[in-house]
Design a protein around this ligand. Sequence first.
Ligand SMILES: [Zn+2]
Length: 342
Amino acid sequence: MVKKSSMAVAKRFKGFFCIQPTLDYRDVHMLYREPGILTGYRPARKSFVYYIASIFQLHNETVNIWTHSVACFIFLYKLHHILQSSNFDTDCEALPLVGFSVCVIISTFLSALTHTFLSKSPLCHYMCLLMDYAGVGIYGLGKCILFFNISSPPDVFRNMNWIYLPYNVVLSWVVMCGCCIAKLFYRRPYPFKRKFFQLGSGGLHALLGGIPMALRFVYCFVDDDCEIASLNHHVLWMITMIVSLFFFSSNLPEKKFPGKFDYFGQGHSIFHVIISYTILLQYRAAYIDMENGDGTRWKCHPVRAVTLFISILVYCIGCVVIIFILRKYVTKRIESDEKQQH
Ligand SMILES: [Zn+2]
């Protein structure tokens, strides 16, 4: 009897790992359609096992799942390396690197999870995307933790240290809320003001969160003896960040060539690759700052593990509360999507 039922389970799983047929855009709900993507859609209303198995099959989300999964694995390896090779009593830079790596791992994991399950049902689609936006916010928080503690000038650190982390937790919530509003309260064709919420909130975080680092460049610029060894890396990650945002917001190249990039080369996949490279550049820039500084005046600023842990925890609890508050808007949006479909 046991043998029979285990064989039935094995048979079922074997079925999931076979190549599953995908659908044309006309056969899926409007909610799941992406501009310029004509084929390769997974069917909705399947089991969770089906979507997990789909990670290993070819459809129009496969590359999106894997690009951020690879970034997640790279940062798991980096975290393991820091934990193994650092002395946390003496290496002041180890904790910011750990904080940044943890934030990137959470962010890329949530992104891969979102792309895996967003075709399952309308509720799953919206809830996954809200979690993905929480991931966007936590990446911003991690970046600020990294650069504030490793790359900011000493007097800026002294004056802003008491407020910088709470201020960044709030800015990260603003990023998440901006993305959630852009998704829940606007529909295609999107008006321009949607960009204000989607990109404006992220831009606000980048600008306000980046003040300490910007001041470092200003100080160095007016000081003849100052040299920043990581300057190339800092400039490069800013450029790649802008390029990645272009692909994130434009749906290019598939919008110009519908059906040609259904599986490989979608703008969103390019965004994933470039933003992952940007994150690696940021890590490298901080590493160079840690090794070189900008002369005798620079040194890493100590941070307490408990402070980092509480900041990340408070941010995550806040995200759960925001998602809980937004649930009723998700329900309303799903109802209005249904009306539009019929
Ligand atoms: Zn994505």
